[in-house]
Ligand binder design. Sequence first.
Ligand code: M6R
Length: 608
Amino acid sequence: MCGIVGYIGTQNAVPYLIEGLSKLEYRGYDSAGIAINIDNQLKIFKTKGRLKNLEEILDPNAKSVIGIGHTRWATHGAPSNLNAHPHLNQSETIAVIHNGIIENYMEIKEWLIKDKKVTFKSETDSEVIAHLVDYFYEGDLLDAVYKAVDRMIGAYAIGVISKDEPNRLVAVRKDSPLIVGLGENENFIASDIPALLKYTRNMLLIENDEFVDLTKDKVTIYNSLRQPVEREVFKVTWDIDSAEKEGFEHFTLKEIFEQPKGVKETVLRRLNNKDEIVLEGVNFDAEILKNINKIYIVACGTAYHAGLIGRRAIEQFAKIPVECDVASEFRYRDPFVDDKTLFIAVSQSGETLDTLQSLREAKRKGARILSIVNVVGSSVARESDDLLYTWAGPEIGVASTKAYTTQLTAFYLLALYMGKLKGSIEEALYKAVINGLKTMPDLIQEVLDKGHEIQKLAAGQFNNEKVFFMGRGVDCDLAYEGSLKLKEISYINSFAIAAGELKHGTIALIEDETFVVALATQEKLYDKMLSNIKEVKARGAHVFAIAQAGNDQILKTSDEVFFIPRTMDELAPILAVVPTQLLAYYVSALRGNDVDKPRNLAKSVTVE
Ligand code: M6R
């Protein structure tokens, strides 16, 4: 989704803006632009396409000590030079960047056109902001932004500069991420920490309905009542290197290879020397848990797929009924949420708006909110009662990989923890899962070491346009994830199905050379999977199976088999997902796609 940056200081803003935007590229975008103040005139450079296109049209002599920049992910109006941000008011005195959606923009636009004779240049919702701020401007930019925001319904992180106040940058946030970076004689705004990390580690995390007034040496945050708000400085401890490629061709590949580390961090930080689970941010005890009679896990995309497996773990270990919903649907089915409900939000970014809105709805209805989140200090994290961070490190590739394996790990820990509190898990099972989790980093590494097998497979199949993933039990949940990964970065129309459902319709689509990825890691379902594999083979499919080492019978029924190291059935997805990620990666790279930034997608989906 859109990314915003802003600079105010004593240096030339342009390189800061371009560098900041380059660190936000991972969010997904189709046009980019900046606004600066040259000799008391606002000057805009913006263009459709990538940042390099923007750099090509920049005036090399353009210098300004203030500026705002934007990468746009098109929602209202196609990607184009005119729809790119920043947007100006009619007399070109105010420039605006915006991430989010102004839901009532049509109404405002019609009013501005009819009553105020404003001419619009773009099809965007965002342009109304520039004209509204202008309408209310009487010499105080902050005041005008307050009044403009008062008219707007929707989600926004906005940055505004005025030609008439060249030493002031104003920003406001509602439901779209916004941070402030504190420098020496310079201050910044951005959508996300990596954009600023080269310049400062000292950040202010801006909350909903807060306004920020920045000069080069002062930052003041105000609430919606215009009262100043104190905010503790958030010190970023992770390194910029973790947001760099470090010799890998793509972030996605680097992140796949970082999974042993991410899983290790997520597990080991939570175990004491007696192998008891210590969940620092989780504040409930046995008494509180006794009151919980149902759990909803709500998330989107890959995080939802992790939730499907989390559901099984919680039901098995903690014996509490769990439902798992996609966040964009959850609110609209009037779910049975009350004060006996635990609502679990899962999100890598912690900014996914559907997930956030579902969380808020559940909170309104009295649920206790626990979140499994990767980005420290993100909105989902801040709005939760209990918090379980996945220590995956920054995930830059749009395709979620290490976030998924660390989310699974967090779910197992949570399920065991609740099982212990409730006394619903046998000691032997508890110990077996803990020991299994501790071996996961090494076992993932073993899988990665055999990555060349997948590379070879991809070389033979990357042009195959008919792909199915199938599995049973936990492998069915994993099939959804494997298929999503492949389709989002390879653009192959793949889909996933519960293997037992094949005969109820989908098998009609199997024909010669259909590529079927058969997940067969579950001991108790292994024989049934062998039958399903035979069924598709009999109809001409090319079968690639993933199974646990030692289950050699599958070699007879499949064209290729990837063996994961032996582990408990419950933990197998943490290993079995890796070959599916590698498959998606190699197929995408062989097709010449932009693996890290696939078309039409955004890393952080901050619109509903
Ligand atoms: O940041 P989140 O985990 O909330 O994001 C949820 C989905 O948008 C995300 O998992 C998406 O499906 C990924 N592109 C999948 O690889």
